[in-house]
Ligand binder design. Structure first.
Ligand SMILES: NC(=O)c1ccc[n+]([C@@H]2O[C@H](COP(=O)([O-])OP(=O)(O)OC[C@H]3O[C@@H](n4cnc5c(N)ncnc54)[C@H](O)[C@@H]3O)[C@@H](O)[C@H]2O)c1
Ligand SMILES: [Zn+2]
Ligand SMILES: [Zn+2]
Length: 298
């Protein structure tokens, strides 16, 4: 635990008192797996909720006392991406080419006089943080902050993957691999989209009950089977699922996620793309982890 200084907000910035912050696997990925030296020192955390403590010049939409969720993908509402219904990757975001951290000039955090980078532009594992006003969402004053903090990343990622990206169809069969916050939200999204069968897959047997609470109709633990899980799912569904959502971040599981789909052109296209992405040449190092999740419409 380190004591840090959080500078007052500058023009168009908001200083937030963080009340609740969850741990997303992407925090762990940055810490233990990506480990690029340009990404440190940093304060991790990006899935939080808090209360506005002070605002900088030019801030009109927020005032002290507002309940808010900091956003790691900003919404300037003006750029071509913000205006497009196809993406939400705002061009004014903080992260492009910066190893998941804000540039030192943009960070308001220091520790013993030295700049500390803001992970994902948010740095919510701190009692206070400062973010640009376009990276803040005002929420209902009655919202319980310890619960809605999950809307800062995991819930939107998983739910949106099912509903917006995969566009899960009513009556379809879905497989969801990995049942952390992202996977459970994907299960919830599949259910909301009207999926008839939702097969939740996790190597942790304790996830079974929780997955069913969120709408899974079946739970499969790959460790209970000697065959590859893709074959197990294929047999369970009479030939494969319609939608497969990989919410682990493991390239091997992504391949299995494709293989459990119905045999057909789409499935083969995805497999081909995956192979080219991760095994471009026999001599290249195939990646084993990817920070993100994959959605297959099979
Ligand atoms: N916007 C984004 O793209 C975005 C946002 C949030 C998280 N992520 C990524 O999504 C992934 C999941 O995040 P999370 O916070 O829900 O993670 P988590 O660690 O809470 O959950 C992962 C789950 O996967 C299970 N699992 C591990 N190996 C497995 C395997 N081989 N087969 C089946 N299940 C397995 C674990 O038991 C665990 O329940 C991570 O890779 C994270 O980096 C991406
Ligand atoms: Zn996250
Ligand atoms: Zn924008």
């Amino acid at each position: 635990m380190e004591e840090i200084e959080v500078a007052p907000p500058q023009a168009n910035e908001v200083r937030i008192k963080i009340v609740a912050s969850a741990v997303c696997h992407s925090d762990l990925y940055h810490l233990f797996e990506s480990m690029h030296k340009d990404g440190f020192p940093t304060v991790l955390g990006h899935e939080a909720a808090g209360i506005v403590e002070s605002v900088g010049p030019g801030v009109t939409e927020f005032q002290p006392g507002d309940k808010v969720i900091p956003l790691f993908i900003s919404q300037c509402r003006e750029c071509r991406f913000c205006k497009s219904p196809k993406t939400n990757q705002c061009e004014k975001g903080w992260a492009s080419g910066r190893h998941n951290v804000m540039s030192p000039a943009d960070s308001r955090l220091t520790c013993k006089g030295k700049k500390v980078l803001q992970f994902m532009g948010t740095s919510t594992f701190s009692e206070y943080t400062v973010v640009n006003q376009m990276a803040v969402a005002k929420i209902d004053p009655a919202a319980p902050l310890d619960k809605v903090c999950l809307l800062g990343c995991g819930i939107c990622t998983g739910y949106g993957a099912a509903v917006n990206t995969a566009k899960v169809e009513p009556g379809s069969t879905c497989a969801v691999f990995g049942l952390g916050a992202v996977g459970l939200a994907a299960v919830m999204g599949c259910k909301a989209a009207g999926a008839k069968r939702i097969i939740a897959v996790d190597i942790n047997p304790e996830k079974s009950e929780k997955a069913k609470v969120f709408g899974a109709t079946d739970f499969v633990n790959p460790k209970d089977h000697s065959k590859p899980i893709s074959q197990v799912l294929s047999a369970m569904t009479g030939g494969g699922v319609d939608f497969s959502l990989e919410c682990v971040g493991n390239v091997g599981v992504m391949c299995l996620g494709v293989l459990c789909g119905r045999v057909g052109c789409q499935r083969n296209c995805w497999l081909d793309r995956l192979r080219r992405l991760f095994c471009p040449t026999p001599s290249a190092h195939g990646r084993t982890h990817m920070e993100g999740l994959c959605v297959w419409r099979l």
